[in-house]
Design a protein around this ligand. Structure first.
Ligand code: GLN
Length: 547
């Protein structure tokens, strides 16, 4: 039976609950325990798949094809444990399950209520895979006091009550605001937040206090007294230069020790922190820097490309260089010249995306990178743009484009080099889709195998010819243009095992130009940078030395 750590937040949102949870997961691993992290989100969307990246940041895709919250990305990057569909749930999903059961008659005519039906559904979800790990860390989205969050708080209260004593603990994150005028850190919001928690039956065992200033011992003791928490379980959390310093910082602040003490695990196994020390060293001791342009659509909101940014940092760590990222809005040169916006960058990355807006600019970015021999990494839509560019400008296929934009416009304007995929093989099954399918969860999602061509650049980068990567797309490069494009020098160097779906393209006579249909950024970790990102950054370092 697993032990459970429930992580909640108070005072304000965006305190870094996900990061604290992920860092705690890493620290428990460092002490030899196995962990799984879970996110319970109170919003009513069934999953974040259909939410705009402007609203919710990036959609993180799991191997088993779930579209989840970006916090699951943090969890994976810190623990290396591949997240699953069952690691993320929202109110929308919970209610839709409950209503489905009600329609099926599963509740035998009972009146359906938040307690017990909704709370039971949440509890069932929390304990999936209970026997697989030592610790299950469950983070509740939002802040205590939110109306939508109440069923979740009630469910974790019941859950802990029903388990043997000492099996569940509660960790609460708060903020200590600093009043410059009086030069004081204020503890009152924290006291109120804990009071709110206690009013719904939850007593935190560990308090993590975010603060921009050092928290004096006196204030720590005061928080402990007023919040009914042991003084050594009041953990200060200060701002860090890099999120990857969080495991070491939280360890020094005593977080993992406080958690083990709360479970009365004694003696606590000694932590092995070499991995995180090495990660920190690679961030702090660098030799040189490179400038990468990410040419995309959601450039105002960096969270929309969270995993890509992190993967680039990991690539930097692999090469011990600092990676500076500039967000370039592709729409700016949709009609104009890309060169003035892209000159001077050591590498160009065109990320995934949906819809036609900005695509002409992305196509120009691919052309610029090809012609000027600047390293280019195209991810998903970024690969499709590179293929369209090759088709239009090199293979001279008139009006080459993607069906995605024709569908949007409701008329045929393009030769569909990229077409709407309606049937594909997943394991031993054929998956089919219709034009009229819902927008949610109907893409080619999750992990698929690809076979790489011997002697290709990607085979060299990966060091193998068999890979598995995560997908999230509806459209696909049409293999019928393969011969024509390869004759021009664009090699189809990665294919689905049945040879029908192009997975990777690369330009033969180019120092580094690779487009991938999948999302390699989702699998990169600070302690295991993804080979494509590590090599992309290496190529950029070479370019930087030429200039
Ligand atoms: N919009 C494209 C598709 O659906 C690309 C998706 C993506 O970049 N994730 O195929």
């Amino acid at each position: 039976m697993a032990r459970y750590i429930f992580i909640t937040g108070g005072v304000v949102s965006s305190l870094g609950k996900g990061l604290a949870s992920a860092a705690l997961g890493a620290l428990l691993q460092a002490r030899g325990f196995s962990v799984r992290l879970r996110k319970l989100d109170p919003y009513l969307n069934v999953d974040p798949g259909t939410m705009s990246p402007f609203e919710h940041g990036e959609v993180f895709v799991t191997d088993d094809g779930a579209e989840t919250d970006l916090d699951l990305g943090h969890y994976e990057r810190f623990t290396g444990v591949a997240a699953r569909k069952t690691d993320s749930v929202s109110s929308g999903r919970v209610y839709s399950n409950v209503l489905e059961k009600e329609r099926r008659g599963d509740y035998l005519g009972k009146t359906i209520q938040v307690i017990p039906h909704v709370t039971n559904e949440i509890k069932d979800f929390i304990e999936i895979g209970d026997d697989e790990v030592d610790f299950m860390l469950c983070e509740i989205g939002g802040t205590v006091g939110d109306i939508e969050g109440l069923p979740f708080f009630e469910a974790i209260r019941q859950f802990a009550q029903e388990r043997p004593r000492g099996q569940c603990i509660f960790m609460h994150l708060t903020l200590l605001p600093y009043l410059a005028a009086s030069g004081e850190l204020k503890t009152k919001p924290t006291q109120h937040s804990v009071k709110e928690l206690r009013s719904i039956g939850l007593q935190p065992d560990v308090l993590v206090c975010r603060s921009e200033q050092i928290i004096p011992e006196k204030e720590r003791a005061k928080i402990a007294l007023f919040c009914n928490v042991r003084p050594e379980a009041v953990i200060p959390a200060y701002d860090l230069k890099s999120i990857y310093e969080a495991p070491l910082a939280y360890h020094q602040a005593g977080l993992d020790q406080a958690v083990l003490d709360a479970f009365q695990i004694s003696p606590a196994p000694k932590p092995e922190l070499k991995v995180w020390e090495d990660v920190k060293d690679r961030i702090t001791t660098t030799d040189g820097e490179i400038n990468v342009a990410i040419v995309g659509k959601y450039t105002q909101l960096e969270d929309a490309y969270k995993s890509i940014k992190e993967a680039l940092m990991h690539g930097g760590m692999a090469n011990r260089v600092k990676v500076n990222v500039d967000w370039v809005d592709a729409e700016v040169f949709d009609k104009g010249d890309a060169a003035p916006h892209l000159e001077g960058y050591h590498a160009i990355l065109v990320p995934g995306g949906f819809g036609e807006r900005g695509t002409e600019g992305k196509i120009k970015a691919a052309q610029f990178a090809r012609e000027r021999k600047v390293p280019y990494l195209g991810i998903c839509l970024g690969m499709q743009m590179a293929v369209i560019e090759a088709a239009r400008n090199v293979a001279k296929i008139k009006d080459a484009g993607s069906e995605e934009f024709d569908h949007e416009a409701g008329k045929k304007r393009f030769e569909p080099v990229v077409y709407h995929l309606k049937e594909w093989v997943q394991g031993n099954y054929t998956v089919t889709r219709k034009e009229t399918d819902d927008k949610g969860g109907t893409m080619r999602l999750g992990a698929y195998d690809a076979t790489l061509a011997e002697g290709s650049k990607v085979a060299e980068v990966y060091g193998t010819t068999a890979i598995e990567e995560r997908h999230r797309h509806r459209y696909e490069v049409d293999v019928k243009y393969r011969e024509q494009l390869e004759a021009c020098g664009l090699t189809f160097s990665g294919m689905s095992p049945d040879g029908r779906l192009p997975e990777i393209v690369e330009w033969k006579d180019h120092p580094w130009f690779i487009g991938v249909q999948f999302h390699p950024e989702l699998k990169s970790k600070p302690f295991a940078p993804h080979p494509l990102f590590a090599d992309f950054v290496r190529a950029a370092v070479e370019t930087s030395r030429l200039v």
